[in-house]
Design a protein around this ligand. Structure first.
Ligand code: SF4
Length: 380
């Protein structure tokens, strides 16, 4: 396949192997470090595997973010969204405000509420159950994608229950899927630098594993480009891969590039400027070669990368564009380059221009909806 291309023999050997089987951590580390003529064969290999595994459909979901509070006890070094409770900009949405956001999204055809926010002091499991009941009682057919392992951990501690009981209660209250946030980088060295108050690697793995075993599947994310090494990016993907081999509970893998501009750790001179464009593309491609069909859906975060570069990333082994989002205030606070709202038409245009098929999906990738020509008109 690579006979006529001027690539190194080691890269060629790894890419040839990847056509038939997962690559190892050592091989992934080599690919994360390639430069020059080796880059495009890597991207082409990842794109070929994407086509073999999931075909030419590019999925996304019509969803809306409900960021119910920005008050947060954790205060991660990379986050420009969380506030102290006494900050003049701190807020907690009341039931009426939450339902008003939900109603606006449903009127635009939303299939999912993404319920996220800061980690409130003293929020117990009843608090999160209440949020679920509030939305599910009114909109039983809209899936709820919500809460981080850190929130679940804190709520279980406050309520004096174990994680399994907490997950069962949230599932019974209507939680459909977990967003996979709080993963950031799954190495304790980096977590100690950027989010020392969050759950550790082993706690994150245990909580997500328990959720999967309770029947709550969800996403796995990686947030990269701040203080971690390239090897830690690969280590993270390998942690996710090993957990998926056990539970098969991840529906998608979502690389999220670090948005440095308003981030406290960047403003204090403690982080990198974020990943470069080729580092982003290599992360997507290496993820596909490591995960193959074990996690068949790899998502591009257009809200972090902007529409144009997200379209390019769809040629690096990825097959999903996330959601229309509708008010993702966490990303807005970080300086989302093209805003935080996309129309179905905007996403469809990017996909069709690549010769691929835009398809709307639900949170679990179990239902798919054809997109009518009437909603394909781009708004951006
Ligand atoms: S990323 Fe989440 S947990 Fe961390 S400070 Fe921001 S809102 Fe809080």
């Amino acid at each position: 396949m690579f006979d006529k291309l001027p690539i190194s023999s080691k890269t060629e050997r790894i890419l040839t192997k990847s056509l038939d089987e997962q690559i190892t951590v050592e091989e992934a580390n080599h690919l994360m470090n390639i430069k020059g003529a080796d880059l495009y064969p890597l991207l082409a290999t990842a794109d070929y595997l994407r086509q073999e595994i999931v075909g030419n459909d590019v999925t996304f979901i019509n969803n809306c973010n409900i960021n119910f509070t920005n008050i947060c006890t954790v205060r991660c070094g990379f986050c420009a969204f969380g506030k102290d409770a006494d900050d003049p900009e701190a807020y907690i949405l009341n039931d009426e405000q939450i339902l008003s956001k939900a109603q606006g999204a449903v009127e635009k055809g939303a299939h999912e509420f993404c319920v996220m926010g800061g980690v409130l002091p003293d929020a117990d499991i009843e608090y999160y159950e209440h949020l679920m009941h509030l939305l599910k009682d009114e909109y039983p057919n809209v899936m709820i994608h919500g809460f981080s392992p850190t929130m679940i951990n804190d709520a279980c501690l406050v309520s004096g229950i174990d994680i399994a009981e907490g997950c069962e209660r949230l599932r019974d209250a209507g939680l459909d899927t977990l967003p996979g946030t709080a993963a950031e980088i799954l190495t304790d060295r980096s977590r100690d630098l950027i989010c020392p108050e969050k759950v550790s690697v082993s706690e994150w793995v245990d909580i997500v594993k328990t959720a999967h075993e309770c029947g709550i599947p969800g996403s796995a994310t990686i947030m990269y480009g701040h203080v971690e090494t390239l090897e830690e990016r690969v280590e993270h993907i390998d942690v996710v891969r090993r957990l998926q081999e056990e539970t098969h509970g991840f529906t998608e893998f979502i690389p999220m590039t670090f948005m440095h501009e308003y981030s406290p750790i960047f403003l204090e001179g403690q982080s990198d400027l974020g990943a470069t464009g080729t580092q982003d593309l290599k992360l997507y491609a290496v993820s596909r070669l490591m995960l193959r069909d074990l996690i068949p859906n790899i998502q591009v975060s257009w809200v972090k990368m902007g529409f144009r570069f997200a379209q390019v990333a769809l040629t690096a082994g990825t097959n999903d564009l996330g959601g229309t989002l509708g008010g993702d205030e966490l990303s807005a606070a970080s300086g989302a380059p093209d805003g935080v709202d996309a129309s179905i038409g905007t996403l469809s245009r990017m996909v069709e221009d690549l010769g691929r098929n835009p398809i709307e999906r639900n949170s679990k990738y179990t239902e798919f909806y054809p997109i009518e020509d009437t909603v394909k008109m781009p708004s951006k």
